[in-house]
Design a protein around this ligand. Structure first.
Ligand code: AKG
Ligand code: FE2
Length: 499
């Protein structure tokens, strides 16, 4: 089942309904057989590329007129003389062309200011759409387009308006469903404070003394750590990053083939969309069940990029392997036989959630991923690009995590807190959004098998009271979803009153 803040989706419309402008100015005149197509340029460069100077435009559009009757001369093939002629359609006059260029189409590409574009144009259902363009400002892959005369320019201008709302509006119009005033109110710990602890996986394997003792303390004090020197091969990690970046760049119609089914989590969409008036996270996700392999529903696994499935397969196995090792070490640290936890993980459930957080010009008014704790045993998060956004609740304020290149951010989930009767802490965390750049992450959630009982391990509570209820895994998930849907703290529901 799900780890983390997973949920149901009544209307899993992806968040990518925001926009920016890409403008293409098309000036028609006489063809020079070599069309000139200027590459995309930034706003700053734009002034020098758009529009063509009036002198150039005039030269390109110069027309010839009949010296007998003053009507327009049209280009015509002169078969006898094997030459290009200009002929009058009113009288018999014709003359040999002094230049073989009869038509020239100049296309200037430039990211433009939105001087004339109405803000809701991207939502206009009557306008044609194009999915072969990519917005220079936000990377979004869908635009509406229309033709109009641009002020002070000759010829027609073809306007492309990005369908990414926050992009085109400069963030002025973040839809109200995404506005989260509470996000602004919450204090964020000042930069310069300690970072979350680092655990070296190789040292953990080699010496079961110092590093594993540190791991034990970290799980009690922080509930979060970065795992370096882990065993997932670089090519698998890099392959995973590349695949997921490519997937989220596909046009909406490609991604929508994998859309979640109503009331289900798996697939492409958003989390916990249950009603029209509900606040939404500024994120899209692709959520897949990956282990045990027989639980995979390949209908939701993208078939492009071409090696997506094989990469995720390798990634899933490698990450599960690390998780099993970490859990065995933790069990020993808790004074248990390693099998006590490991046995619950034979046939254990792993799901992978790939998170895409588009940039938002009003980043401090939206939330990428609402505060939550993960409902699993252990989560391993891979940061896909350099943009940070994960924050954990520590000493009452939000503590920004700075992921190390190639490391996993690992966190204790609710089930591990319950198994350990509260010794290990499942920490609330959230993701914030960057004003300019997209952010991507891949979270792998690990839970016991579906028949496991979820409650304090009996070996742990020999001499103490149980602080949490014991329920079977299916009831646990039902409780998780109902708490989530009612916006209640899930762990509080699992706590026994006396604790
Ligand atoms: O994006 C992140 O860094 C964290 C995502 C997360 O917390 C989750 O998927 O449960
Ligand atoms: Fe999470």
């Amino acid at each position: 089942m799900d780890g983390g803040g997973g949920g149901t989706s009544a209307e899993p419309e992806p968040v990518t309904v925001r926009l920016a402008a890409v403008e293409t100015a098309t000036t028609m005149a006489r063809i020079d057989l070599r069309d000139s197509i200027a590459p995309h340029r930034s706003n700053r460069q734009r002034k020098s590329t758009l529009p063509p100077s009036s002198a150039t435009a005039a030269a390109m559009s110069a027309m010839k007129f009949c010296r007998e009757c003053n009507n327009i001369l049209y280009p015509k093939e002169g078969k006898d003389r094997r030459a290009l002629l200009y002929a009058c359609r009113n009288c018999e006059h014709q003359e040999v062309a002094d230049n073989n260029c009869v038509y020239r189409n100049e296309v200037h590409h430039a990211a433009a200011e939105r001087t004339q574009v109405l803000q809701d144009v991207a939502a206009d259902p009557t306008l044609p759409r194009n999915k072969d363009v990519r917005c220079a400002a936000c990377g979004h892959g869908e635009a509406v387009f229309f033709q109009a005369t641009a002020r002070g320019e000759e010829g027609m201008t073809l306007f492309f308006v990005c369908c990414n709302l926050s992009c085109a509006t400069g963030g002025a119009d973040v839809p109200s469903r995404y506005l989260r005033p509470e996000a602004v109110a919450d204090a964020v710990a000042v930069a310069g404070e300690d970072q979350i602890p680092i655990i070296d996986y190789q040292r953990l394997l080699l010496d079961h003394g110092e590093e594993s003792a540190r791991l034990h303390r970290v799980c009690q004090d922080w509930g979060f750590f970065q795992l370096i020197n882990h065993s997932v091969p670089d090519d698998v990690v890099e392959g995973m990053k590349a695949n997921i970046q490519q997937f989220f760049q596909f046009p909406a119609e490609v991604k929508k083939q994998f859309t979640q089914e109503r009331g289900q989590l798996e697939g492409y969409g958003q989390l916990f969309v249950v009603s029209e008036d509900q606040k939404l996270d500024w994120a899209d996700m692709l959520y897949l069940y990956t282990q045990p392999p027989e639980d995979r529903n390949l209908r939701f696994w993208p078939d492009q990029p071409a090696n997506f499935k094989s990469t995720l397969d390798k990634y899933s196995a490698a990450v599960k392997d690390i998780t099993d090792t970490l859990l065995a070490t933790m069990a020993q640290n808790l004074g248990l036989e390693p099998e006590v936890i490991a046995d619950t993980c034979v046939g254990g459930i792993q799901s992978v959630r790939m998170n895409y957080y588009p940039p938002c010009a009003q980043a401090d008014k939206v939330v990428g991923f609402s505060p939550h704790s993960d409902s699993d045993l252990l989560t391993l998060v891979l940061q896909v690009n350099h943009v940070q956004g994960l924050q954990i609740k520590r000493n009452g304020s939000w503590f920004p995590v700075k992921p190390l290149e190639g490391a996993f951010v690992v966190n204790v989930g609710d089930i591990l807190e319950i198994f350990t009767n509260g010794r290990y802490k499942s920490i609330e965390h959230r993701a914030v959004v960057d004003p300019k750049e997209e952010r991507l992450s891949v979270a792998a959630f690990h839970s016991p098998h579906i028949h496991a009982m979820i409650g304090p391990l009996k070996e742990i509570v020999v001499h103490e009271d149980e602080a949490y209820k014991t329920v079977d895994h299916e009831d646990f998930m039902k409780l998780f979803f109902s708490a989530k849907l009612e916006g209640k703290s899930f762990l509080d529901r699992m706590k026994l009153k006396s604790s």
